[in-house]
Each structure stands twice: as C-alpha cells, then as structure tokens.
Design a protein around this ligand. Sequence first.
Ligand SMILES: Cc1cc2nc3c(=O)[nH]c(=O)nc-3n(C[C@H](O)[C@H](O)[C@H](O)COP(=O)(O)OP(=O)(O)OC[C@H]3O[C@@H](n4cnc5c(N)ncnc54)[C@H](O)[C@@H]3O)c2cc1C
Length: 428
Amino acid sequence: MRQILIVGAGASGMTAAIHAARAGAEVILLEQKDRPGKKILSTGNGRCNLTNLDQREEYYRCSCPSFPSKALEQFSVEDTLEFFGRLGILPKSRNGYIYPNSDQAASVLEALLQELKALGVRVICNTPVTGAVKKGEAFFVYSGDRKFRGDALILAAGSKAAPATGSDGSGYELASGFGHRLITPLPALVQLRCGEKHYKRLAGVRTEARVSLYASGTFLASDQGELQLTDYGISGIPTFQVSRYASVALHRKQEVVAKIHFLPQMDQGQARDLLSRRREDMRGRTCLQFMNGLLNSKLSAVLLNLAGIREDQPVTSVTEAQWDKLFTWLTNYETKVTAVNSFEHAQVCCGGVDVGQVREDTLESKLVPGLYFCGELLDVDGICGGYNLQWAWSSGATVGRNSAGLAGGAKASRADTRQGDNIKLNKT
Ligand SMILES: Cc1cc2nc3c(=O)[nH]c(=O)nc-3n(C[C@H](O)[C@H](O)[C@H](O)COP(=O)(O)OP(=O)(O)OC[C@H]3O[C@@H](n4cnc5c(N)ncnc54)[C@H](O)[C@@H]3O)c2cc1C
C-alpha cells in the first residue's frame, strides 16, 4: 500500500489526507499543534465562510495568474459542496457566500476529523517537522528524534499568517530545503497603517466607502464596502481586499497612498450636485449641522477640519475654495499608507512557494518527483469571501488524489445524494 506523509493538519492538509486515504493510500498526517485545524475555528468570525458561488480567475492572486485555475476546476465549488454535504455539512448561502447551516466553524472541523478517523488516517499532533529529505524513492521527515517514511510527501504547512494557529512559516524552510524558490511571503487581508494624526479621533467609525490604492502614483486596486477607521489607520473588507497590493508595494519601498470616496454610491457629478442642493437647503445652519445625516459625526468633524472649515461656521460664510476642499476630502480623501499590520493580524499571506517550479495539474514539484504542495504555502492568495478556503479544499484534494497515484486527479466520482444541489453556481 502506498504511504503518504502530510506535514500540516490545516484545511488543505486534512482535505489531502481524506482524498489520499479514499484513493487507497495509507496516510500519516503530522501536526505541530496539540490538535488539528486550529485556524479553521477562527474563520468567518467563527462561522467559517467555506466557499463562494461566484468564482472568477481574478479572485485568486498568484505570480502566474492562470496557475490556480486547474486545481479549482478539478475540485470545484460544486465538488466542495458535495464533499461537505457527504460529511454532513448542510450549506447555507448568504448572497453566494457559503457557510455551514450550523453557523459554527467547529462543525466543519468536526466533520473533517470524523472522516479522517473513519478512513483510518493516522493524525499525529505535537509533532513539529523540522527536516525532510528524499533518499532514493522514499521520503523521510524528522521531528526531534522521531522519523517517518513515505512514498510521497505533501507539504501543507500553511503560511506565516496568524501564527498562533500553527502556521509559523516553517513550511517555507522545508520547501527551500528541497531547492524550491520562494516569493517573499507578506501579510495580506490585513489592516493598513496610515500616517496622519487625526485617526485617533476617527477610531470606531464604520462607513460605506470605496478605497482605491496607488503606488508611486500608479493605480493598483480598489474595492467598495464597509470601511472601518481605527486609531492607526483603515480596516474592514475593502481595506483587506486591496491590502496585498499595499504589502507588495511597501516591500518594494514604493510610496503608497489610499484614496477614499466616502459617498461611493454617487459619481463625482452627483456628489457635487448633492452638496450644492444642501448648501441651498441648509442656509441657516452651521457647517456641522450641514454634515448631519450625511456621514458619521466624528468623520464629518475631521473632514470639515481638513477643509479648513469651523464646525460652528455658518454655511453662508463658507468660501468657494473651502467648499472645493470639502468636496475633495469627501470624495477623494487621500491618506499615506505607512505600513501594513503584522502577520499576527493577517488572515493570509501573499507570496510563498514559487509556482513556476510546481505542476499546475497535480501540484507536484517539478524538481522532486513525489513531493507535493497545497494550500497557502503556495504563492496563491484569494480575496476575502471564502476563496482562501476554496483554494485549500481544491489544492488539498488535488494533491491527495495525485500523490496516491489515482489517475484523473482531484475529480472524484459523484455521490448519489447531494446536499448542496439547491445552491446555484455563478461562474464567469
Ligand atoms: C482570522 C481568520 C479568518 C479567516 N476566515 C476565512 C474565511 O472565512 N474564509 C476563507 O476562505 N478563508 C478564511 N481565512 C483564511 C483560511 O483560513 C486559510 O487560507 C486556510 O485555512 C489555509 O489552509 P492551509 O491548510 O493552507 O494552512 P493552515 O490552515 O494554516 O494549516 C497549516 C497547518 O500546518 C501546521 N504546521 C505548520 N508548520 C508545521 C510543521 N513544521 N510541522 C507540523 N505541522 C506544521 C500548522 O500548525 C497548521 O495546523 C481566514 C484566516 C484567518 C486567520
């Protein structure tokens, strides 16, 4: 029987183990923490946004943009819903964002653990792997004075993001030990730190906004959603979605600026019309009263201040130059991004094992036959919304089945009963 060693019992490693075992292999899953799948428990604020029905190539970022597609096709969202359906997880869709109906990430982890047990996978915890080699046709991995042997080795050790959950970057060293190149791992899906002093006054404000990111004057990315202002800068989904570009640009020592449109439901012309109308309607009011109901009051006070307008200034005494400034701060607020938060605060990493040295169909090393990579360890990161877990499930299934020598890659035979059938896919 073919023996498969897997380093890392996170989302991708457990999926790989299940698929390798289903394909008939004997599987040993090595985990350095005291239990598997710690990161899964914190996903989706404890509810686990396990995938998303809206799948597009551009939602997955990689230095070779087409690379993730193969694994994502071989083990698709449909396959994921079927896989979890068979493990007992009834999916629930919130606008295409898929969660377990229990709304408990713990139930997703429990389903995976039950299946590992049912398949007889040996899960060995408290086992940090510190070395791995290939001798002849066999792989050997080391943890202290313990040694494990396998016919194939899967590295599923995650990235450096949220290291308290176990992903401390040691997987990168194991990959490098086999001669694999790394694209520098950097924090992604993370908060941005900004230079200006007024953030202390803005802490706690949440507001709908469009965030656009520029490096050395060049547009990089933009996203719209609920922006969160903190005492050091910006957070929330639109910030997370553009953060990997800020990370890379700052790493390259470029000047990074975020421009924020606080009335994103309007274009510039509509916003200007709105302000003109309000000027007429609010002639007898102060400027703080003028802003009432337009934006959060803390944010309004800061924007007036930036425009050089006093809060108690009568609307009728505001000069055209001041109105212009206020309009600019409202629709094109510019803030200097000085840093991203650390790996401890990041949900994922951008960068990782260079996919140029990995086969896209099997995720096997081009340098070392029998060595496979999956999950975040590879230079693939998804946007927020279930895409990183989808990558973990798809890449895990791909390596599990291929390492076990099953022809046909990650495409499993469909089960007769499918609990995800009522959910519609939106593929473009
Ligand atoms: C707070 C938070 C919320 C998130 N929410 C979502 C979400 O809702 N939806 C979504 O799609 N994504 C989400 N993500 C991202 C997603 O959780 C990860 O992309 C995914 O879990 C990565 O899976 P992985 O198997 O590659 O790595 P991990 O889950 O990090 O697993 C790697 C495992 O390897 C082990 N390991 C590492 N090195 C060694 C070693 N040397 N020896 C032995 N074991 C080792 C680690 O202990 C760990 O258990 C979230 C992430 C965070 C931090």
